[in-house]
Structure formats: structure tokens, C-alpha cells
Design a protein around this ligand. Structure first.
Ligand code: FDA
Length: 300
């Protein structure tokens, strides 16, 4: 990140919430499930499917974790009631992993049970490196308990990812593969974009060899094209992969994929915690901060 971008990021807390709200409209579906449903219906209208992400990462009590769980139960019921082509993505920290791993397990179990009853699927997002081992550990436990309708996210920036993948061989894990959004130290994570991309494609190839279903989550054209090469070279069938993108990001690339007949799933964040979510996204990607500042000046 350049010094200029670092300065903009440091100024973020001074931006009025209303300005952030204007920018947020592009990346967040709204503050309620009802608004998220309308966005998902629009996404279906262009031929893509969705995954719902209820924004509730920053919790500090078991009660909050339970209300996140309840929000997901409502989302699963609503998806079923409206017959939407959508699943849900959860973060274990929001389900109480940092407060009480036992309660987190119980909470995840209830959404998995509801999803199974509705014929749906739950994706466990991968958070920062302090939760990597616990996330993989809980995932294994859920599979041992007989849950099949659950998938996991791997981050290509993590040096351990290939070893973790080997260790899960035989489980045919439905993966989502992404670069990883968290800032991690050099000893555990690749920093060089070229190295991250090489690891991404190496992991993807190994996942295909292991016959895993993969959500190829990226807006990076180089990776999209690399993935398409692998798909062709390995003769991977359309049931074994889909592309995934975040709401509001790189729409032209998404449209291109749809026009070429690829399956595309859009990650749809929603919920009252949209402000914290947007601030996080802007810290990750200084280009968004530039949009915010230009909006600020246009406003004044
Ligand atoms: P890169 O960052 O190189 O972006 C490629 C292009 O897209 C650039 O032009 C860039 O400007 C644009 N772009 C990317 N992100 C943008 C944004 N937020 N706003 C505006 N423009 C943007 N990470 C994680 O650690 N754990 C997880 O569970 C998930 N889950 C997840 C689900 C889905 C569906 C997606 C698409 C991504 C994630 N991620 C994630 C985030 C992921 O790790 C990564 O940070 C972003 O996808 C950005 O990486 P790209 O591969 O898109 O490349």
C-alpha cells in the first residue's frame, strides 16, 4: 500500500457515516434479510446464484452469537420459502468460537441441521490465522458427526494451505478457494502477489485432482484465466466448480463469465453491522477509499 493510500486509510474514521452509506450500497445488500432477498432475486434475474453473509463478526457475548445463529436460521427458512438458488456463509467467530468453542459447535450444528432439512448447504468462511486450526478442527468434527452439507474456505496466501489440503485428502471437502483478506506476518503467509497467485493455482489443481468441488473465489482476471486452463486441461465437469465474487466487485468480469456459460455465485453481505463491514473492506482495498474520498468532495 502506498503512503498516499495509507494516509487515506488512516483518515477513514473521519468520513461521515452517510458518505460510507452511499458507497456501501454497492457492496452490501441492506440492513435486513428482506432487502438481501430482493438483491438475491435480482442476482437470479441475471442468471447467477448467491450466498448470504449476515454481518455479525464482532460479537462479545454468547447471546450475540445466538442471535447471529438465529439470523442464519431465518435466512435458511426464507431461502426455502422463496425457493431461491442460494446458500449461506458463516464465520465461526460470529458463532462464538473465540468465547466458547463448545457453544460455537452447538450453534453451527443447529444451522447445519436446518440446512439439511431444507436441502441446503453451509460454507464456513476462513478468518485470520488465529482461527485457522480451530476452523479446520471444527470442520473435521462436523464431518465425523455425519454432516455432508458443509464446506470450507482455504486461503492461497497461507503457507500452510497445501499441507492442510493434503491432511484433508479423502474427505472430498467442498472448498472455496480465495487469496485471503487478512494481513498476516511473512513467516506464515506469502506477501508477494505473484507467489500468492502461483499457490492459488497449485492448490486449485490439487483440489481438482482430489475430486473436490471448488468455488473459485476471485476477481483477478489472471486467476480466472488460470482456472479456466486447469478446468480444460483436467477435463473438470461443470458440477465440480463454480466462480464466486463479492457483491458489487468486478461486475464486467462476472457478466463475462455468465455470458460464457459459467456458473457464478455472488457473496451477498447484509445486516445492521454494515458500517463495520464497509470500513473493513475499505481498509483492505485502498481503491475503495479513493472512491469514498471523491464522494466526500463531490458532496461538499
Ligand atoms: P485482487 O485483490 O487482486 O483483486 C482483483 C481485482 O478486483 C482488482 O482490480 C481489485 O481492485 C478488485 N477488487 C478485489 N476486491 C475488491 C473489493 N473488495 N472492492 C473493490 N474492488 C475489489 N477471504 C478470506 O480471507 N476468507 C474468506 O472466507 C473469504 N471469502 C470470500 C468469498 C468470496 C465469494 C470472495 C470473492 C472473496 C472472499 N474472500 C475471503 C476475499 C478474498 O480473500 C480476497 O481478499 C478478495 O477476493 C480479493 O482478491 P482477488 O482474488 O479478487 O484479487
Amino acid at each position: 500500500m502506498s503512503l498516499f493510500d495509507r494516509t487515506l486509510v488512516a483518515l477513514l474514521p473521519m468520513i461521515p457515516k452517510s458518505v460510507v452509506g452511499r458507497i456501501a450500497r454497492r457492496y452490501v445488500a441492506g440492513d435486513s434479510l428482506e432487502k438481501a432477498m430482493s438483491v438475491v432475486e435480482r442476482i437470479e434475474g441475471i442468471g447467477a446464484c448467491s450466498t448470504f453473509d449476515f454481518l455479525g463478526e464482532e460479537i462479545s457475548s454468547i447471546e450475540e452469537a445466538e442471535s447471529v445463529r438465529d439470523a442464519y436460521l431465518d435466512a435458511l427458512d426464507a431461502i426455502k420459502a422463496r425457493d431461491l438458488d442460494a446458500n449461506v456463509s458463516i464465520k465461526l467467530s460470529a458463532f462464538g468460537m473465540r468465547l466458547d468453542p463448545g457453544i460455537c459447535h452447538v450453534n453451527v450444528n443447529s444451522v447445519l441441521d436446518r440446512a439439511r432439512r431444507h436441502g441446503n448447504f453451509i460454507r464456513i468462511d476462513m478468518e485470520d490465522s488465529s482461527l485457522t486450526s480451530d476452523t479446520i478442527g471444527l470442520y473435521r468434527r462436523l464431518r465425523e458427526e455425519g454432516h455432508e452439507n458443509v464446506g470450507l474456505v482455504f486461503q492461497a496466501c497461507m503457507r500452510r494451505a497445501m499441507d492442510d489440503l493434503q491432511a484433508l485428502e479423502g474427505l472430498a471437502v467442498p472448498f472455496r478457494l480465495c487469496k485471503g483478506i487478512y494481513v498476516e506476518p511473512e513467516d506464515i503467509a506469502y506477501q508477494d502477489p505473484g507467489e500468492i497467485n502461483r499457490n492459488y493455482l497449485a492448490l486449485l489443481e490439487r483440489m481438482f485432482e482430489q475430486k473436490c468441488r471448488v468455488g473459485i473465489a476471485t476477481h483477478d482476471r489472471e486467476l480466472v484465466e488460470g482456472a479456466q486452463d486447469l478446468i480444460e486441461r483436467h477435463g473438470v465437469g461443470p458440477e465440480q466448480y463454480e466462480f464466486q465474487m463479492l457483491l458489487g466487485v468486478q461486475k464486467p468480469l462476472g457478466r463475462e463469465l455468465l455470458n460464457r456459460g459459467y456458473k457464478l455465485r455472488i457473496y451477498v453481505p447484509y445486516g445492521a453491522d454494515w458500517y463495520a463491514y464497509c470500513m473493513r473492506r475499505m481498509k483492505e482495498n485502498p481503491r475503495i477509499v479513493r472512491y469514498v474520498f471523491s464522494a466526500l468532495f463531490r458532496r461538499s
